[in-house]
Ligand binder design. Structure first.
Ligand code: BG6
Length: 492
């Protein structure tokens, strides 16, 4: 059995809004994440806004529920978990030291657009924001940890959302290009690995989660904003290569792997159609440089008219990525039948019916290591370019013992099985170049806004209500992952 290749990029992954905090420090502007409240497994997170008469209101997820004339805004007295998050803004040295102790070769992080261009409209970047990331890169360099930078993990400045309607407006592409150019020029020679958009396809997954009528209403906006993001991605891939030919720039897909619920060909077709839309639509553009042949069927199904000009097609063609990266957490079952009365399960932006062969986490996400091997093969067979798994892990509640130890054997078990699957995939012939587990240090959950849903090797003392000392503690998985990296994946 083959082992992990020499120089394999072992590490961990985070995003700015989920760890940094310091939401009003260092000249940062507000981002869309700063107006998201805390939710739970059963209670949604809300976006807060002021309506046109300045009365406060809230809505959950469904953006078209934002009333006409309303603007996203902070509400006095509301708790916003991302404002402090785990305060990486002030703890980055300590945290990076701990990543180094585990032997990280790579650290995935995102840069917060609203820290660099507070409203997105400024002509000049915010120097304090750039310096904050310089400090992080210097610290990483000290330990020979390679940064893997996500340029957009959703941190759009609030001003752009309020005044331009975000990515639905084509003008946002130019503002994003200005921001990306700043990063490529500023950190030239320091950052070599970049991801353009985190989980660019999750807009489509989200559309599939909406009730049919809302999905029909939201489809035009969703496909349009996605077209703008795909164009922006292609433009900045070209830009990044022109500024530094050494840059390796990847796409990042939320790989919500799915299986047909039965061998009924109707289920197989339903699964195929879902995969084309959710898993392949975006990466076919980003890797192959053109909208795939099945796009017309999808646009027709949703009654979408997309304005794709000849110039747009040329941009997409010229801006293909160097490697493919993805998040992998769970799998789901797809059926052509009415799911009424069937037991439903969750996932990050996926929904399906329960797979009787799998176990589920406390948050209802399927645990399926074989699915990771399957996904890696599916991806590599399709695209044949280097692949990185940049998110994977188990969200679980941890217990701190009286001696500050944390026995997270469930997390070790999950990761062990998934790393074994990586090795199998390498044996299948997949050119896998790296693995960054999600939330290498506990962070604010994206979907629920909780702290209680933890992924880290490092525990952070902070709870769902924002109490706690922010003290860092090493979980059992910390020592385990250290051994895994030291043995290049042999000692599991
Ligand atoms: C991915 C996101 O979809 O899922 C991450 O890229 C997110 O930002 C992760 O944190 C896990 O979701 P959650 O809600 O458990 O944090």
């Amino acid at each position: 059995m083959k082992s992990f290749p020499k120089g394999f990029l072992w590490g961990g992954a985070t995003s700015a809004s989920q760890i940094e905090g310091g939401y009003a420090e260092g000249g940062k502007g507000l981002s869309i994440y700063d107006v998201r409240t805390a939710g739970s497994a059963n209670e949604p997170r809300y976006y807060t806004y002021l309506d046109k008469d300045s009365k406060p209101g809230k809505f959950a997820e469904l953006r078209e529920l934002l009333p006409e004339g309303a603007k996203y805004a902070l509400h006095a007295g509301e708790y916003y978990p991302n404002h402090t998050a785990i305060d990486f803004y002030h703890h980055y040295k300590e945290d990076i030291r701990m990543f180094a102790e585990m032997g990280f070769k790579v650290f995935r992080m995102s840069i917060d657009w609203s820290r660099i261009y507070p409203t997105g409209m400024e002509e000049e970047p915010n120097r304090q924001g750039l310096e904050f990331y310089w400090n992080i890169f210097r610290e990483l360099k000290k330990y020979n940890i390679e940064p893997l930078v996500t340029i957009w993990h959703g941190e759009t400045p609030l001003y752009i959302e309020n005044e331009l309607l975000g990515w639905a407006n084509r003008k946002t592409i130019e503002l994003f290009k200005k921001y990306a150019r700043t990063l490529f020029e500023e950190y030239k020679g320091v950052v070599h690995y970049w991801l353009t958009f985190n989980e660019i396809n999750n807009a489509l997954m989200f559309l599939n989660l909406l009730p049919t009528e809302s999905a029909a209403n939201d489809a035009q906006r969703t496909f349009t904003l996605l077209h703008h993001r795909l164009l922006a991605s292609a433009e900045i891939v070209q830009m990044g290569h022109a500024i530094d030919p050494e840059n390796k720039i990847g796409c990042m897909i939320c790989y919500g792997e799915s299986y047909p619920a039965t061998c009924n060909p109707k289920d197989v077709i339903a699964d195929m159609e879902l995969k084309q839309m959710q898993q392949f639509y975006c990466s076919d553009v980003q890797v192959r440089g053109a909208y795939p042949s099945y796009s017309n069927r999808i646009w027709e199904k949703y009654g979408v008219q997309l304005d794709v000009t000849a110039e747009d097609r040329a941009v997409l063609k010229a801006g293909t990525v160097d490697f493919y990266s993805f998040s992998y957490y769970c799998t789901s079952l797809v059926t052509a039948e009415d799911t009424e009365g069937k037991e439903k399960v969750k996932g990050n932006f996926t929904a399906g019916i329960r797979n009787p062969y799998l176990e589920y986490s406390k948050w209802g996400w399927a645990i399926d290591a074989d699915g990771l091997r399957f996904s890696l093969n599916e991806i590599y067979d399709r695209y044949g370019i280097p692949v990185m798994v940049v998110e994977n892990g188990l969200g679980a509640a941890d217990t701190v013992e009286t001696d500050d130890s944390i026995h997270d054997d469930y997390r070790i078990d999950y990761l062990r099985k998934h790393i074994t699957a990586l090795r199998e995939a390498i044996n299948d012939g997949v050119d896998l170049i790296g693995y960054t587990t999600w939330g290498c240090i506990d962070e604010v959950s994206m979907v629920t806004g909780e702290m209680k849903k933890r992924y880290g090797f490092i525990y952070v003392d902070r709870d769902n209500e924002g109490s706690g000392t922010l003290k860092r503690l090493k979980k059992d998985s910390f020592y385990w992952y250290k051994k895994v990296i030291a043995s290049n994946g042999e000692n599991l």
